[in-house]
Write a protein that binds this ligand. Structure first.
Ligand SMILES: Cc1cn([C@H]2C[C@H](O)[C@@H](COP(=O)(O)OP(=O)(O)O)O2)c(=O)[nH]c1=O
Length: 217
């Protein structure tokens, strides 16, 4: 059995960059490592996720309830697992840029806080037990302020706001997602790295060094 490490964070937190750097560092140490990313946009299994994020079922995140949206992402992960199952079972280290934990962060926020525990129990039972995909060994949450994340996203989309998906366009929704993430950090012992220092985003290298440290590499 291998190891599954998840890099989690809100939109614009730098997860993609940090996942890639982590993979590179572990490769340099000679470890068997594979990078995966969700949603798996290159696969047909992400069709419903694309429809949802593109606004086909409604232009606000709340137009699709937490349970329905979670299942769109869950089936995408089930399909992806077929591609890395063998590597993982043979002892490889899998680095995931988002995972089931993204449902926890981004779908919890559609529910009132008193229903979070119930939803999270359902979510982890559905994906890790009923569907049978692996549960992570480590989850590292990269924490950024929603407004800073938005600035980074605007840069990524070269100022074209129309390119944002229905989650990225909704600031209040992202604020609630951040609260849900903080709840998960406390409840499940996810590791948390603060990506800001004095209101400014820390350097990519600094965050990478801390990421290696919290993971013990
Ligand atoms: C993987 C995953 C993502 N999401 C959300 C988080 C993001 O707001 C959104 C899209 O994922 P994201 O990785 O941000 O895609 P992009 O590369 O287009 O920015 O989907 C979930 O709600 N559940 C999940 O399981």
């Amino acid at each position: 059995m291998g190891k599954l490490i998840v890099v989690e964070g809100l939109d614009g937190s730098g997860k993609g960059t940090q996942s890639k750097l982590l993979v590179q560092s572990l490769k340099e140490k000679g470890l068997p490592v594979l990078e995966i990313s969700f949603p798996d946009y290159k696969s047909d299994s992400s069709a419903l996720v694309k429809m949802y994020l593109g606004g086909k079922f409604g232009t606000r995140p709340d137009d699709v309830n937490a349970y329905a949206a979670s299942l769109f992402y869950a089936v995408d992960r089930f399909s992806s697992y077929k591609d890395w199952e063998e590597f993982y079972q043979a002892g490889g280290i899998v680095i995931a840029d988002r995972y089931t934990t993204s449902n926890a962060v981004h779908q919890c926020s559609k529910l009132p806080e008193e229903r979070w525990e119930n939803y999270l129990d359902w979510l982890f039972d559905t994906e890790y037990i009923k569907m049978g995909i692996p549960s992570p060994d480590e989850v590292v949450y990269l924490d950024v302020d929603v407004s800073i994340g938005q600035q980074l996203l605007t840069g990524r989309y070269h100022g074209n706001e129309a390119q944002k998906d229905i989650h990225e366009k909704d600031l209040a929704y992202l604020q609630r997602s951040r609260k849900a993430a903080e709840y998960c950090v406390r409840r499940y012992g996810w590791k948390c790295i603060s990506c800001l220092n004095g209101g400014m985003i820390r350097s990519i290298k600094e965050i990478h060094t801390e990421l290696l440290m919290v993971l013990g590499y």
